[in-house]
Write a protein that binds this ligand. Structure first.
Ligand code: GTP
Ligand code: MG
Length: 149
């Protein structure tokens, strides 16, 4: 089954948006398989965003992600990677559609409240990076027959 790594960034935690953001993925019908509140070490932030390490904003990005606790989540479902990116909205919240998380809850690219993996391969890579063995939970939601034919 396809998996994605979703992370509520430090601004989302500090602004009290954790419940609101989790709720959007829950209501959509995806299955949560991992959840933790975590203070991200510098090396992990750098590894997670290594594709961006030549960008001028990279030091600011690492400072932002390590500035306070983040909420790490693994979610599973058909097409969950692309669908979660749609729920999250464009990278720049001013360009994100109303109804998306960033469109409704953020104003700046550098404070865009949530991360979502950009491919199924990166979903697997990032879940393995952020979660230890034993932290993920395989289960069948009671609502499954009402969501999936
Ligand atoms: P993520 O889900 O966090 O990976 O965002 P994304 O996939 O929509 O965008 P991308 O991977 O290109 O960039 C990763 C993150 O770097 C963004 O979400 C922003 O937090 C940050 N970022 C990207 N571009 C800029 C920028 O121009 N300025 C600043 N300050 N931050 C940026
Ligand atoms: Mg990205």
């Amino acid at each position: 089954m396809e998996e994605t790594y979703i992370m509520i960034k430090p601004d989302g935690v500090q602004r009290g948006l954790v419940g609101e953001i989790i709720s959007r993925f829950e209501k959509k019908g995806f299955k949560m398989t991992g959840l933790k509140l975590f203070k991200c070490p510098q090396e992990l932030a750098e590894e997670h965003y290594k594709d961006l390490n030549s960008k001028p904003f990279f030091p600011k990005l690492i400072g932002y992600i390590t500035s306070g606790p983040v909420v790490c989540m693994a979610w599973e479902g058909d097409g969950v990677v692309a669908s979660a990116r749609k729920l999250i909205g464009a990278t720049n919240p001013l360009q994100a559609e109303p109804g998306t998380i960033r469109g409704d809850l953020a104003v700046q690219t550098g404070r865009n409240v949530v991360h979502g993996s950009d491919s199924p391969e990166n979903g697997k890579r990032e879940i393995a990076l952020w979660f230890k063995e034993g932290e993920l939970c395989e289960w069948t939601p009671a609502q499954a027959p009402w969501l999936l034919e």
